[in-house]
Design a binder for this molecule. Structure first.
Ligand code: SAH
Length: 252
């Protein structure tokens, strides 16, 4: 009964959490198809259709680098979406156990195809798993991992659900390392095609400045016994920082 009630709750939650558009659409979507004001370019303000793709690539590379550096052998990709990071994780033999989880069944189906999951041999099947679930509900399947990546996920949750996510992540799953990214709102004004005050993506419920992200991260780290360091991803503006901000939490 508990399981079926939970499944119903997860389904209800899924319908409230619109899916991230497929990657191809992300590159073409109006909010992401940003014009980049970069003084080093010959034509400042000229549309740079490659920018969202480039930032995505830099983001996955930075997250992967952190996961490799912390020596993790088992990794969770929470809010894995369509499996872009999972694809990189699968290619790296450091990772002996890889589990992606998402609330969107549709995204998981795409991830499954991308990873060619159905063609996996027995060894790969034992190594990689995709789970349907929501990060705001306790889930025993998330226990016992060395590290978790939470890439561009928190801003898709209503702010009042962040406490539940933090509790599930840092007390129930409690991996030794958490690599978490979120947009840096301060950087939005660098993109001239993004009207002032608008979020980067229609499904974002909030976007944080560096001070806001660090205030949240410091509070969560102190509350749950982690140490946290912050880094930037993407090209740096002297006043506004980088487009993506990264928090790496360690439980020593
Ligand atoms: N991490 C992926 C996808 C980011 S988009 C990447 O970087 O490519 C945000 C993802 O978070 C979506 O796939 C969305 O379905 C998922 N998500 C939103 N709320 C969630 C929740 N409560 N539990 C699990 N996943 C969630």
């Amino acid at each position: 009964m508990v399981r079926s009630a939970l499944e119903r709750l997860i389904e209800a939650d899924a319908s409230n959490e619109p899916d991230e558009p497929p990657l191809a659409d992300v590159a073409n979507s109006s909010a992401q198809d940003l014009t980049y004001r970069d003084d080093n370019k010959e034509t400042p303000g000229a549309p740079d259709p490659e920018l969202p793709a480039r930032l995505n690539t830099q983001r996955y590379a930075a997250v992967l680098e952190e996961l490799v550096a912390c020596g993790a052998k088992s990794v969770l990709d929470l809010g894995c979406g369509e499996g872009r990071l999972l694809r990189d994780l699968v290619k790296n033999s450091q990772f002996e156990r890889i589990v992606g989880m998402d609330v969107s069944y549709k995204s998981l189906e795409i991830a499954r195809k991308r990873l060619r999951f159905d063609a996996f041999d027995e060894r790969q099947r034992a190594r990689v798993d995709l789970l349907h679930g929501s990060l705001i509900y306790k889930d025993r399947r998330l226990q016992g991992f060395d590290a978790a990546a939470v890439v561009e996920v928190i801003e898709h949750l209503e702010p009042n659900r962040l406490e539940s996510l933090a509790k599930v992540l840092f007390t129930q799953a409690c991996p030794k390392h958490v690599v978490l990214t979120t947009p840096n709102k301060e950087y939005n004004s660098v993109w001239e095609s993004l009207p002032a005050g608008q979020f980067r993506h229609a499904d974002h419920r909030f976007e944080w400045t560096r001070a806001e992200f660090q205030a949240w991260g410091n509070r969560i780290a102190a509350l749950y016994g982690y140490r946290v360091e912050y880094k930037g991803i993407g090209s740096e503006d002297p006043d506004r920082g980088t487009p993506t901000q990264l928090g790496v939490f360690h439980r020593d």
